[in-house]
Design a protein around this ligand. Structure first.
Ligand code: GLN
Length: 448
């Protein structure tokens, strides 16, 4: 808590600190230490943790970094938060993000951006920028974020920390404010692969409150020592040759591939013929789901209410115009248009067909390989304001989006600093659905 007070003013990873909750949990653990029962307090006992501000925790604000929810205090707790605390984590607070998780830089937060701890003139990535920066700056050992198109992995790469988006369904989404319900997945940030595996162990599994969550009994720490000898690892030539992939990032991915080969893995070229359509499909499906999910912020049941309107229509209009920032409004309008009569058949329906094709591409690739190695982001962290048009910002996720479309797990593993910028670079490891342990195994081998 003292370190957050000293360091965070320069980083702005935290929107709120929850000192009372932290001390309460710490007291409980101290009592367990005194009683000699600490071992019963869970695998995260005493680990300082913090949560992206789209995760509800009773009595704390859940703002989604939006004016719309600036004064909203959660009356209940998200399952991922509850499980982290039940596993012994000490909850330090709520972390900054792009507004409603729309973005790749944390610059769309209504409460000001988070800064990259490696270079405070640069963005930490997004949308879970606060979650990545808090771990990188040593303000929490484990944080949780959410990833709809890259929002865990890309900030993980920009901040040089381990960042895991599990297979869709591994972690309950109950109590996490929805962006794209069929794409969103919660996952951990940590300094090491092992820490991230313990954190995922704690939060994964079936939750009766989220019907898409699965009965996961996997121990994600089980294969960390196994090494990669004999493992087949896929490389996607189309990703490596992609326009816009910076040379220093490409070099790091190639270096990781060479290291895996040295460690006894076999590299296999694979083809994902429909992956180049992932971005287009995502910017149809994502806004459609966001439009639908954000309809609940109507100024009556939740959120900002513009005062003094005589009729409901003008109250809705003024409240939504005043409560949502520009990127949120852009997504809502896009989704509203794409789902309208006549337009739906032209975009939404084909995007769903593309989704099936991409999912099949991955399934086919995994007949030949057990894990895929790819870039995370085409470049290292950019400076504030440098990427100013929305379409260029959307390209940040060109290597991360297809697995949200397909539902697979993926993680970003830091592999050192880029030769040109001297900033952190991550490589992406992508697992078959519900075989997330494969990517942990490869990551642990590369890390050591
Ligand atoms: N950057 C992507 C977007 O703005 C992904 C965001 C996310 O994963 N939440 O939609």
């Amino acid at each position: 808590i003292a370190r957050i007070a000293a360091v965070d003013p320069a980083i702005h990873a935290f929107l709120e600190t929850t000192e009372a909750l932290a001390l309460e949990q710490a007291a409980r653990l101290d009592a367990a230490v005194a009683a000699g029962t600490l071992a019963e307090c869970g695998p995260l006992a005493g680990v300082p943790v913090a949560f992206k501000d789209n995760m509800n925790q009773t009595g704390t604000h859940t703002t989604c970094s939006s004016r719309m929810l600036e004064n909203y205090v959660a009356p209940y707790t998200a399952t991922c938060v509850e499980k982290t605390v039940a596993a012994g984590g000490i909850p330090l607070g709520k972390l900054n993000m792009d507004e409603f998780a729309f973005g790749s830089s944390t610059e769309t937060s209504a409460f000001g951006p988070t800064k990259n701890p490696w270079d405070t003139s640069r963005v930490p990535g997004g949308s879970s920028g606060g979650s990545a920066a808090a771990v990188a700056a040593g303000l929490a050992a484990v944080t949780l974020g959410s990833d709809t198109g890259g929002s865990i992995r890309q900030p993980g790469s920009f901040c040089g920390v381990v960042a895991v988006k599990p297979t869709y369904g591994v972690v309950s989404r109950y109590g996490v404010v929805a962006f794209g319900s069929s794409l969103d997945q919660v996952g951990p940030f940590a300094k090491t692969v092992e820490d991230a595996a313990y954190a995922l162990n704690a939060i994964s599994g079936r939750d009766p409150l989220d019907c898409t969550s699965q009965d996961i009994t996997t121990d994600f720490t089980a294969n960390l020592e196994q090494g990669v000898r004999g493992m087949k690892i896929g490389i996607v030539p189309a990703f490596m040759e992609a326009e816009g992939l910076d040379a220093e990032v490409k070099a790091k991915v190639e270096e990781a591939a060479a290291n895996l080969e040295k460690l006894g893995a076999e590299l296999v070229e694979i083809d994902l013929p429909n992956a180049q359509a992932a971005m287009s499909a995502y910017y149809v499906l994502g806004p459609c789901e966001a439009f639908s999910n954000l309809a609940r912020f109507d100024s009556v049941r939740y959120g900002y209410c513009d005062p003094g309107h005589a009729d409901l229509g003008s109250q809705y209009e003024a409240s939504r115009a005043g409560g949502f920032g520009p990127e949120s409004r852009r997504r809502i309008m896009l989704g509203s248009y794409l789902l309208s009569a006549g337009v739906y058949d032209k975009y939404y329906y084909p995007a769903q067909q593309v989704r099936t094709l991409i999912t099949e591409d991955y399934a086919k690739a995994y007949e030949k390989v057990e894990c895929i190695l790819a870039p995370v982001s085409p470049r290292t962290a950019f400076t504030f304001g440098e990427v100013s048009d929305p379409t260029s910002m959307y390209l940040s996720d060109m290597f991360t989006i297809s697995i949200n479309i397909a539902g697979n797990g993926g993680m970003s593993l830091p592999v050192g600093l880029g030769a040109d910028t001297g900033l952190p670079v991550g490589v992406q490891l992508i697992a078959p659905q519900f075989k997330d342990q494969n990517m942990f195994r490869v990551a642990a081998a590369l890390e050591s």
